[in-house]
Design a protein around this ligand. Structure first.
Ligand SMILES: [Zn+2]
Length: 339
């Protein structure tokens, strides 16, 4: 018995060593955020270690990398960044570490949308449009093929499958959003992240904050937002997973809007939740937006209330009936005894 256990342990030890060595030999791909990391992982599978510098659920606009994060960048073979001014800070810091990794911008070829008062800022959130997501995937596949030329065919095959999945999300989004009436085609979110999505699906966008969640909110901005809400028939405002919902909740209360389901903009969710990967995130967002702007959410709440009310009414009816039966029997018994 003891011998067999020792043999098992010995086999486990020797079989573990080569696996560990293989793990360490795999190239390290560092993406600036979880969305880019997921696309890279879908294309390359386990042939490379893919990590995200900005952790899950963290705001990438104001992320402050630790010395350990920066040290990891010196071990990376390839660094994938969004560009469009999202991570200038990160690229500068990485260059200072002496990292020799190739830094590729995954939004190459995408026409940027300018925002801000004087249209001097770029909205970096091109990934929220699935058609532009295809450009991300194509650029990432080219970077990965350069890094791992012997896996080029697999990467190309995975890319083709992935592009089809993105096309399906796009077709689904078109279908899901087409019934929203013109006056309700306004998407109000915490920060300015839906310009590309809005342009693709002909939905106006307005945000409480600017394109970075740490932007200052002025009284003038607030008055302007209230005016826009009053002049539209929009009934919902949306919180985002990486931003404190306090302000959105307050605006909803002040303007009699419902708070739509939480949207994922700057980060994926935990793997087992609603937006565990990029494709799921796109489906999740379009469903939350459609159900709130189409009033399905309010209707569902009303139906639930109506069904609860009918149940209560039914219970009351039964109680009244039983009480009436009891009273009738009591009255009969009393009459017979009296008689
Ligand atoms: Zn953002």
């Amino acid at each position: 018995m003891r011998w067999s256990l020792s043999i098992c342990l010995l086999i486990a030890f020797f079989s573990f060593q080569p696996l560990k060595a293989a793990e360490e030999n795999r190239p390290l791909v560092m993406a600036s955020n979880t969305i880019i990391a997921d696309i890279a992982h879908q294309l390359i599978g386990d042939e490379a270690r893919v990590i995200s510098l900005v952790p899950l659920g963290t705001d990438p606009h104001n992320f402050d990398p630790s010395p350990a994060d920066l040290k990891l960048s010196t071990e990376a073979d390839l660094i994938l960044v969004n560009g469009m001014n999202l991570e200038n800070w990160m690229v500068n810091l990485i260059k200072k570490t002496g990292s020799t990794a190739k830094i590729d911008t995954v939004t190459k070829g995408i026409q940027p949308i300018f925002t801000g008062k004087f249209y001097t800022q770029v909205d970096p959130h091109a990934w929220l449009d699935p058609i532009l997501g295809k450009t991300y995937a194509r650029n990432i596949s080219a970077s990965l093929s350069d890094l791992l030329p012997k896996h080029k065919e697999t990467i190309q095959f995975n890319l083709k499958v992935y592009l089809d999945l993105l096309e399906e999300v796009h077709q689904y989004s078109l279908e899901r959003l087409k019934e929203i009436p013109q006056k309700k085609r306004l998407l109000i979110t915490s920060h300015d992240a839906f310009r590309y999505f809005g342009e693709r699906y002909e939905i106006s966008v307005k945000s409480v904050l600017a394109s970075s969640p740490d932007a200052e909110l002025t009284v003038k901005d607030m008055i302007q937002l209230t005016e826009i809400i009053k002049n539209s028939e929009v009934g919902a405002i949306f919180p985002e997973s990486t931003i404190n919902p306090k302000l959105v909740n307050q605006i909803a209360k002040d303007n009699n809007l419902i708070v739509g389901g939480q949207l994922y903009t700057d980060s994926l969710s935990e793997p087992e939740k609603d937006a565990g990967n990029y494709i799921q995130m796109l489906y999740h967002n379009v469903n939350r937006i459609a159900e709130a702007l189409l009033g399905e959410r309010q209707k569902a709440e009303y139906d639930l209330w109506k069904s609860d009310f009918s149940d209560t009414l039914m219970s009351l009816g039964i109680l009244v009936f039983l009480a009436a039966c009891f009273l009738w029997m009591w009255f009969n018994v009393k009459t017979q005894h009296g008689g």
